[in-house]
Design a protein around this ligand. Sequence first.
Ligand code: NAD
Ligand code: ISE
Length: 336
Amino acid sequence: MLNVGVIGTGMIGQDHIRRMTTVLSGVAVTAVSDVDSAIAADVGGRIGAAVHASGEDVVADPAVDAVLVCSWGPTHEQYVLAAIAAGKPVFCEKPLATTQEACLRIVEAETATGGRLVQVGYMRRFDFAYRQLKQALDAGDIGAPLMMHCAHRNASVPSFYQKEMAITDTAVHEIDMVRWMFGEEIAAARVLVPKKSRNGNDLQDPLLLILEMADGVIVDVELSVNIRYGYDIRGEIVGENGTAALGSLSPLEVRSSGRLSTPVPADWRERFLAAYDIEIQEWVHALAGGGRPLGPSAWDGYAAAVVSDAAVEALRTGERVAVTLPEKPKLYEVLG
Ligand code: NAD
Ligand code: ISE
């Protein structure tokens, strides 16, 4: 049994606690903490977990084998570094940290230990539809890839969401996904700014992010974060001999009153429900008996941060911004 301590018991923290306590096997939640002590006490009390005053106390708890960080992005670095210093595996929700410098500090701390401890919550790699899409691509079903069209649409975003978060909080999922999908790094980013939606208040919404992969494949990502009708994630790869795309939004079709309709997921919890289950279950299995995490690494978190910084600069300047990564440490060459 893997005993997990959860830092941050907000939306995704509670959702991961629900899956670890009621859906998955081989895992128990033994400790929680949140800067909002009332939420932590409520969530911890419901599952009989120890409630700690700080994230560092969760890491230090001898009844915690591994740590799950689900607090706000700017707090990730301190908890991931604390877990690495304690030699405990840590799953950190995306982004790994909010600056590339902070991500690099994590990479350096982890490589100094000589083995992987960190996994980052880029769950699309665990989604059935994305995995099928990659299988079709890798099998050569559509020939060599040339372009990919993506859309990332949120019905709405929280009030603390700021303009650049369309890149750093939302598009980071596509940034990670295309690195994994094509097995290539991203070489440059541009951002086009369309007519502004009146649903977006102070945000520049929507945006069109253009990513150039190192081998010349071009990816466009529509980012609409106040589209109201629901949560809609799209992806279509155009190859030399065909195209492959994520399938329909829902397995249900309703034919009624002369109309054919299908439900649209409300948010990420619904759309990626099974992907999160698989992501955390595979993490638990990988750690069983003292194993190492195999999913998205600290290096992947760092690479996503470097690209997202370039895209933020492209948004500010209107220019094409080239992306340069340092050499990948050997640790990540071996373990992915
Ligand atoms: P949230 O605001 O609902 O919850 C975050 C919680 O962290 C809050 O309860 C807050 O009080 C707590 N917190 C803040 N600072 C803290 C600190 N220093 N120590 C302990 N707790 C602290 O936000 P959320 O939507 O649950 O997002 C949390 C993280 O998960 C973010 O990094 C976000 O980007 C990520 N996220 C990932 C996905 C995904 O699809 N993988 C989806 C949603 C959120
Ligand atoms: C949120 O933090 C997520 O990670 C969701 O998957 C994404 O769709 C949303 O835009 C983010 O704010």
